[in-house]
Design a protein around this ligand. Structure first.
Ligand code: UGY
Ligand code: MN
Length: 254
C-alpha cells in the first residue's frame, strides 16, 4: 500500500536475528559490483542475523555478471531461476537454465550469469561460507527442479518435498522445494538449529514465525533464524510452495 492511493503500510516484519517476512513491495535496488543491467535486492544477510546472503535479481535484457559471482576459496553459491532464460556457467561448464533451473558452484568456482532472452529473467541467488569436512569436496551441480519427482513429506500425504542438491556429506547445505496442498500443514511446529531463506513460489498461507501466525503469499521472502518456531497452513486454491535453503551435514561448533 502506498502513496497516492492510501496511507503507507507494510506487511513486512523484521526481527533481527530471529526471523523476517519481506514482502516484495518494500524492496529497493542495491548496486552490486559485477552485475550489469540488473535490479538487485539483498534479502537476508549477516546484518539481519543470517549466516548467508540471499538476493532477488532481475536481469533485464542483456543483463549479466561477467566478472563472476563468488569464486573465493571459502564461498559457495547457488542460483535458482524463477522466471526467464539464462546462461549460467563456470570456467569449465555452461548450462542453459529456464524456470526452475539451478546451478550450485562450490568454493573456488566462479559463477557467471547472463540473460539470454529479450524478457527479464528473475533469479533467487545465494552465497554462504562453506564449512569444510576432511576428505570431502562438493562439486558443480545443475538441474531443473521441474524434472525432479516430489516425495511425500514426513508421512503427510498432502505435503511434498524435493531435494535440489546431492545429500552427500560433501555438501554442507541443500536447497529444497516444499509444497502444501490447500488445507495442508506441517506435522508440527519446528524448532531447530538450522537457518532458512525461503522464497514463496505459489499460493497463500498462514505461517508460524516465532509462535505468531502471519499471512504470507506468493512473492514473499522469509528468513528463519536458528531455533525460531516455524510451520505453515496452506489456504486458498493453489498449493503453498516455496524454495528454501537449509544448512546440513555438519556438527555444531563450540
Ligand atoms: O526442512 C525444514 O526444516 C522445513 N520443513 N522447514 C520449514 O518448512 N520451515
Ligand atoms: Mn525448518
Amino acid at each position: 500500500m502506498g502513496y497516492p492511493k492510501d496511507l503507507l503500510s507494510s506487511r513486512s516484519i523484521i526481527e533481527h536475528g530471529k526471523y523476517a517476512l519481506i514482502a516484495p513491495e518494500g524492496l529497493v535496488n542495491n548496486v552490486i559490483p559485477g552485475f550489469e543491467n540488473c535490479t538487485i535486492s539483498i534479502l537476508a544477510s549477516p546484518k539481519l542475523g543470517a549466516s548467508f546472503v540471499d538476493y532477488m535479481v532481475t536481469m533485464h535484457k542483456g543483463g549479466r555478471n561477467a566478472a563472476g559471482f563468488g569464486g573465493q576459496e571459502n564461498i559457495e553459491t547457488f542460483v535458482y531461476v524463477l522466471e526467464g532464460k539464462i546462461k549460467a556457467s563456470t570456467d569449465q561448464q555452461e548450462f542453459t537454465l529456464e524456470e526452475s533451473g539451478y546451478l550450485y558452484c562450490p568454493p573456488g568456482t566462479k559463477m557467471y550469469l547472463e540473460n539470454v532472452a529479450d524478457e527479464d529473467a528473475r533469479l533467487f541467488l545465494y552465497k554462504q561460507k562453506y564449512r569444510p569436512l576432511e576428505g570431502k569436496k562438493p562439486w558443480v551441480y545443475s538441474s531443473h527442479a521441474n524434472h525432479i519427482e516430489y516425495r511425500i513429506y514426513d508421512n503427510m500425504h498432502n505435503v511434498h518435498i524435493k531435494d535440489l542438491l546431492p545429500t552427500d556429506l560433501d555438501f554442507d547445505m541443500n536447497f529444497h522445494i516444499l509444497s502444501f496442498d490447500p488445507a495442508a500443514c506441517h506435522p508440527f511446529i519446528e524448532t531447530h538449529v538450522q537457518e532458512h531463506g525461503a522464497y514463496l513460489l505459489s499460493g497463500e498461507g498462514m505461517y508460524n514465525l516465532d509462535n505468531k501466525w502471519v499471512p504470507v503469499k506468493k512473492g514473499d521472502y522469509i528468513f528463519m533464524g536458528p531455533y525460531v518456531h516455524q510451520a505453515a497452513y496452506a489456504v486458498g486454491r493453489e498449493s503453498l510452495t516455496y524454495v528454501y535453503s537449509k544448512d546440513c551435514n555438519r556438527d555444531a561448533e563450540l
